[in-house]
Design a protein around this ligand. Sequence first.
Ligand code: ATP
Length: 237
Amino acid sequence: MLEIGGLDAGYGRLTVLHDVAFRIGDGEIVALVGANGAGKTTLVRALCGLIAPTAGRIIKDAFDVTRVPTHERMRTGIAVVLENRRLWGELTVRENLRLAEVNARQGGKVNFTLADVTRLFPIIAERQSSAVELLSGGEQQMVAIARALLMQPDLLIMDEPSTGLAPKIVKEILGVIRGLRDRGISLLLVEQNVGIASEIADRGYVMALGRIVHEIVPGGWQSFLSDERMVKAYLGD
Ligand code: ATP
């Protein structure tokens, strides 16, 4: 589904990512964990084309998308929920989702409809006429995920979906993420909270100082979490 190799990227002369390599298979939930400033958001930006890598390759389903601009990259089935959600605050929930519908690619794996995403997040029907900026953080996160799904992705990248949300909302969102995996969607979950990542992800990668420093294999979360020295070294306290 996605294969990244030898990726360097950063801002101007500052290289943040060094030789990053990993892969995500069909229908997998993969977590990328790391402390503050490890380079996680920079990797998300490189994956969706918001910054240009200075070396390496991003391959999506055998297509080299390394230099493909963001909007065209979305057409290959990658959708992103960015950390600050990037919704149109003054537009209503319905208008935000409509924008995704008209820009969606054809021929996604699932063909998500408005009815589908409303079933996942009933709040969408309840607040459809509200300006997005009037919604709570959790509600906005749900609209942002719904919008990404209406782009008909087969790979959904989520940057810190749990940040600032109440545990009950996080649980609800994790439930939806599991359901998406069961429908064949692959997910890259970028998380600072390793507890949440371990709860949901099949596998994981640990990033520190812009490098992938450890891989967590299927069933390997427990042994990683119980290695205090490693957790402290890579993720801080
Ligand atoms: P957090 O969880 O705190 O968001 P992160 O792992 O996502 O951390 P990044 O935001 O990718 O980390 O930051 C990695 C490094 O890149 C940091 O040293 C940061 O200061 C730097 N950086 C991030 N954005 C920019 C930018 N727009 N211009 C210059 N440097 C940046």
